[in-house]
Every structure is written in structure tokens, then in C-alpha cells.
Design a binder for this molecule. Structure first.
Ligand SMILES: [Zn+2]
Length: 251
């Protein structure tokens, strides 16, 4: 499993300009990309550039060392986040962004218990239509930060009368433990000009502002209300301070 021989110089040469070190509070974020990613979105194929990032305690610009370490760390056991970028994200005057928290049930299965899947696809389409933007897909944010297994337990509590906030609290979690700092560091590495933010969640706006990001505007993102998620969405507005109409498990 462990790589011991040094890397083929040809391979290293291909990769070295595609890995960027972002230093962050005595740790490192290694950002890899851009990678061409044509995406099927409704009835069309949209060209995105894809980047993925990895957190590491070791701060080095010797990427050979980092790449060699990967084979001995079982990364599939952990979660990595990524970002889809469209258009000239660094330079365009206007850009639309969304920080989207992973929702296994909503994004992958299309669950109607929340509106995450709808928000994901709608945000990607809005970014493509806008011409420039980025969708951050935050992998360690399942169930507002409680993880998938705990979210399954919380769903059972919800089927037995607890609302989405109380269900998390009953399981010993805070209602929302998500942290946006790494995503915002990556955002700042990709763009420093103002951004329009697609969200109904004031915590996301506050995190961006606190990190010094210049926010030009906020764009609401709502729809797909149904008998299955109506109560959920109302709870998020009433108890989690969401700004308008929706909010669901993960916005
Ligand atoms: Zn969801």
C-alpha cells in the first residue's frame, strides 16, 4: 500500500502545477485543479471546471511528498469537499456562488423530505445561466454537521413527532455545527472580487462577511415545497432564523 519509490518525474511534472498550497492557521489546504468537468444539467451539457481540496496538518510545497503520502492514507474513508466553477471566476465583475452542504438523501436519492436536491440543481443551473460562478459542495456537512448515521436516527425521531432542530438536540448535537472556513479560504484563493451569494441562511452570510469576503448581493433559493417537507421548512424559518421561504435540512 505505502509508496516507497519516488515518483516518475513525468507524472510529477503533470501534477505539480495543478496542486496549490493554501496556508491556513498552521495547517494546509491542498487545492487540486482545474479539471474539465462537463455536466449533464437538465436538458443540456454545461462545462464546469472542478477543483477538490484536502486538509493536511503538514504544510509543504513539496507536493511529491504529499502525493506519496496519499497511498498510505485511506482517503476513501474520509470526506473531501470540492467546488464546481463556471466561466471566468477569477476576473468576471459578477459571480454567483453557493456553499452547498452535502445531503446524501436529497442530492443523490432525490428525497422529498428536504429540498437539498432541488437547491443543488437549481443553483448549478443559475450559475450556468449567470455565466460565472461557483458551487462549493461541502462534504462534512451532512445533516447540518451531525453525519449520515446520526441523520438517520434524527429522521426516526422526526417520524415520531420531534422537529428537525429538537431531533438533533435530543441526540446530543448542537442544531448546526457546520464550519465554512475552509470553503471560504478556497473561495478567496479562486476569487477576491465581490460575489453574489445564493442562500437563505444568515449564518452562511455571516461567515463570509466575517472572513472579509465582499458580498455584492444575496439571492434567494427556494421552491419544491411539498407535503413531505413543508413542516421541515417552516421549522427552519421559525427556529433557525432562515430568511425566506425555505431552508430545509442543509441550506
Ligand atoms: Zn437535505
Amino acid at each position: 500500500m505505502t509508496a516507497t519509490k519516488s515518483m516518475d518525474p513525468k507524472v510529477l511534472n503533470i501534477l505539480k502545477d495543478k496542486v496549490k498550497l493554501i496556508e491556513a492557521n498552521e495547517k494546509a489546504i491542498y487545492l487540486v485543479g482545474p479539471i474539465n468537468l462537463p455536466v449533464r444539467l437538465f436538458d443540456e451539457t454545461v462545462q464546469f471546471k472542478w477543483y477538490c481540496w484536502l486538509n493536511c496538518k503538514e504544510v509543504t510545497d513539496d507536493f511529491e511528498r504529499i502525493i506519496e503520502k496519499l497511498s498510505s492514507v485511506n482517503l476513501a474513508e474520509f470526506q473531501q469537499s470540492s467546488v464546481l466553477v463556471h466561466g471566468d471566476f477569477e476576473h468576471a465583475d459578477e459571480a454567483l456562488i453557493r456553499l452547498h452542504s452535502i445531503c446524501h438523501t436529497g442530492d443523490i436519492f432525490g428525497s422529498k423530505r428536504c429540498d437539498c436536491g432541488f437547491q443543488l440543481k437549481t443553483a448549478m443551473k443559475a450559475i450556468a445561466d449567470h455565466g460565472t460562478g461557483a458551487l462549493f459542495y461541502l462534504a462534512n456537512h451532512e445533516g447540518r454537521g451531525i453525519g449520515l448515521f446520526s441523520k438517520a436516527l434524527a429522521y426516526i425521531l422526526q417520524e415520531n413527532g420531534f422537529d428537525t432542530v429538537d431531533a438533533n438536540l435530543q441526540l446530543g448535537f448542537v442544531d448546526d455545527s457546520r464550519d465554512y472556513s475552509d470553503a471560504i479560504r478556497v473561495l478567496k484563493a479562486l476569487r477576491t472580487k465581490p460575489v453574489k451569494v445564493m442562500t437563505n441562511n444568515p449564518k452562511k452570510l455571516a461567515a463570509l462577511k466575517k472572513a472579509g469576503m465582499n458580498i455584492a448581493d444575496r439571492v434567494e433559493l427556494w421552491g419544491d415545497v411539498s407535503e413531505y417537507n413543508e413542516k421541515y421548512l417552516q421549522t427552519k424559518i421559525a427556529r433557525s432564523g432562515h430568511l425566506e421561504g425555505e431552508g430545509c435540512c442543509n441550506d
